[in-house]
Design a binder for this molecule. Structure first.
Ligand SMILES: *Cc1c(COP(=O)(O)O)cnc(C)c1O
Length: 384
């Protein structure tokens, strides 16, 4: 029997071997660039750390196990993972992407991929059927669910029925829920993207990224581009992410509990005009989330009545820190228009509802009473 997801954050079935590494309970950091050979054609299994390193390999095994993939590849950042993934596409290829995505991903698509002759069509996948947009040269569909920052929910299984029928790759960025709450490969996706910087690392202290697949052909292609372009995660950073994943299950549960409490509190504030949290039954994605995920996560977005109030809240929070990023032990509040989505054109932002009154919250694992008290004092100070 396979271990539960909670146990697989710490242990792999096949690994109990006290002869190895002197019984070290924490996986060792193999801080080496290269590996010596016994003789010609007699490698230890490792040659050079850009290709593979035992510490990184252990991390990749755990992430592959959590996502149900045949391979997971660890990159120096989430963007490095997505940029390497884009090497799979050639000039003249066409991609259908979600209109609401992480700002850095939109920048990569619009400023790098388009210049290389890759055609990109952005539609709202949570609402629109991609079928009419599929052309002869369409190769893949790229989606986040929930999206960053507007928390739109796409039905992965439904979308995968279309991509499978049309022979397209379905790529899902699973950063917001982490493998603890959602496994897109089991719903029909071909490739998963993670910013490991967020919930997997979980402590706001390391940058990392992952690609996961359950297809041998895709794995081979990705591994080739990985060793050739070289955005590999360093051994020490691999160890930090390994350590972060050990507590993924308990962190996700607490972050979700805090998000639910804060969402309910925000709903009761007269200056709050919108609360976007998919764990609220009135959220349009609630039913799909219940079907395809095991939880609703620790991220929420809300809108207030005026720009002054939004900026006042950012200036007055004390415990919650005004910073970009998400998914860590410390709660963070983000201003998408000047931070994560600063490079997205203004009309595009407005189209997605990302106004200068929109704030994004990443709930950490602090006590929820303290988080609500901090928001309450910041709301009061912002009204003066
Ligand atoms: C942060 C983020 C990325 C980019 O990851 P980095 O580790 O910052 O390079 C990609 N997708 C989503 C949804 C993110 O939140």
């Amino acid at each position: 029997m396979e271990y539960t997801v909670e146990t697989r954050c710490l242990h792999l079935e096949e690994e109990k071997n006290k002869d190895k590494d002197f019984g070290s309970v924490s996986f060792p950091i193999y801080q080496t660039a290269t590996f010596a050979h016994y003789g010609v054609g007699r490698s230890t299994g490792y040659d050079y750390t850009r290709l593979q390193n035992p510490t990184r390999e252990q991390l990749e095994r755990i992430v592959a196990s959590l996502e149900g993939g045949c391979d997971a590849i660890a990159f120096a950042s989430g963007m490095a993972a997505i940029a390497t993934l884009m090497e799979c596409f050639k000039p003249g290829d066409h991609l259908i992407v979600d209109g609401d995505l992480y700002g850095g991903t939109i920048r990569l698509f619009n400023s790098v991929c388009k210049n290389k002759g890759i055609e990109i069509t952005a539609i709202e996948l949570a609402k629109e059927d991609p079928l009419p947009y599929i052309k002869e040269n369409t190769k893949a569909v790229y989606v986040e669910t929930p999206t960053n920052p507007m928390m739109n929910i796409t039905d992965i299984k439904k979308l995968s029925e279309i991509t499978k029928e049309k022979g397209l790759l379905l790529i899902v960025d699973n950063t917001f829920l982490s493998p603890y709450f959602q496994n897109p490969l089991s719903l029909g996706a071909d490739i998963i993207v993670h910013s490991g910087t967020k919930y997997l690392g979980g402590h706001n202290d390391t940058i990392a990224g992952f690609l996961v697949t359950n297809r041998e052909d895709v794995k081979e292609q990705l591994r080739f581009f990985y060793k050739t372009t070289g955005a590999a995660l360093a051994p020490f950073d691999s160890w930090l992410i390994l350590r972060g994943i050990k507590t993924l299950a308990v962190r996700m549960e607490r972050a979700q509990e805090n998000a639910m409490a804060v969402a309910e509190w925000l709903k009761g504030q007269s200056c709050v005009t919108k609360v976007l949290y998919p764990g609220l039954p009135e959220h349009p994605g609630y039913e799909v989330m219940k079907k395809q995920a095991r939880g609703f996560g620790g991220m929420l977005t809300f809108e207030v009545d005026t720009t002054e109030r939004a900026q006042g809240i950012l200036e007055h929070v004390k415990l919650i820190q005004f910073a970009e990023s998400l998914g860590g032990t410390e709660s963070l509040i983000t201003y998408p228009v000047t931070q994560t989505h600063a490079d997205v054109p203004k009309d595009k932002l407005l189209e997605n509802g990302i106004t200068d009154r929109v704030l994004r919250l990443s709930l950490g694992i602090e006590g929820k009473e303290d988080l609500i008290a901090d928001l309450a004092q910041a709301f009061t100070a912002a009204s003066k």
